[in-house]
Design a protein around this ligand. Sequence first.
Ligand code: HEC
Ligand code: HEC
Ligand code: HEC
Length: 249
Amino acid sequence: MIMKPIDGKPTALPRHARRTTALAAVIALAGFATHALLAAPDQPAANGVNAAEVAQADGGNRKAPSAANSFNRLLKKPASSANAPPAEDGIHDPANPGTHSLQWPSEAFQDLPKAVDGNRVDWVKALNEGLIRPWYNLEDPEEEAFVLDLDIVREVKGSMPNVVYPHEQHTQWLDCSNCHDEIFVPEKGANQISMAAILLGQKCGVCHGKVAFPVSDCRRCHSQPKTPEQLKALAEKSSWRNVGESKSN
Ligand code: HEC
Ligand code: HEC
Ligand code: HEC
């Protein structure tokens, strides 16, 4: 990935930018819209629209919208097939000659473990099987990730299995500061998370559905079956029973 400094001079990344490099590496790996995410305001966005112009037309008080990075709230199937060639993926600019020298994802991904959705690669397995080795720090290829093995179980309202949030699979690529404190306060139960927020691209949805496996893969997050006690408590307050009771009154 090439990060072009705004003034055109090649510079080392400033210290404060280092923390975002692990996330940037993930984005690049997942073959998503690095161009749109990292483009300076004076560079044309992938869809050919100048980002600064869009921002101005918009009153300048919102972030410029980008087709490449907009959230797929209705889980529609993408117009291009999964892992289309770069010039046809709707993300890279086909008029840019550089687009045509990029390796096709279908070739790059062919020996990686498969997943059912997203870009069809199980990136967690790919990493754990040593098939990919993302740099944790762009300035230092030898730096190892600071991995935290801590699962947070979120008991889910209703009958869906509970959500297990694993720190381990996240901190293998991400820095603590990618999530704390801006997305999540680091305190179990302190954050209000709902499916609606996730589908709107907030909380887990900041990444899932964009650069990490999509929201349609329910069981990868909702992975812990409810305990018999939790199921019993659910049945007791079930609305079906309440309906029956109100009828017999
Ligand atoms: C991908 C996002 C993400 C990353 C990266 C991340 N965390 Fe968390 N962290 C969470 C979430 C989600 C919770 C649970 C919050 C809740 O339940 O409301 C949490 C909770 C915590 C807690 C509270 C645990 C408790 O029992 O109260 C601590 C401490 C914590 N994280 C530390 C870290 C550290 C240290 C790192 C880096 C090594 C890190 N986190 C990286 C998302 C993240
Ligand atoms: C800052 C980005 C980010 C946020 C926020 C985030 N994730 Fe992830 N998550 C990832 C990445 C990257 C991976 C690994 C790549 C992949 O699986 O697509 C991952 C992997 C996972 C996995 C591992 C699946 C497996 O196969 O082992 C689970 C489970 C998961 N995330 C759940 C969550 C939940 C629940 C939340 C919200 C509480 C959340 N994530 C928030 C980026 C994020
Ligand atoms: C990226 C992880 C992730 C994926 C994928 C995911 N969920 Fe969730 N889901 C969550 C989290 C986190 C919560 C909030 C749990 C809590 O209350 O703390 C949640 C909550 C829920 C709830 C409870 C009501 C609510 O809105 O909070 C339902 C129902 C639900 N999910 C259904 C689904 C279904 C159906 C799918 C698949 C289409 C799905 N989820 C996919 C993480 C995920």
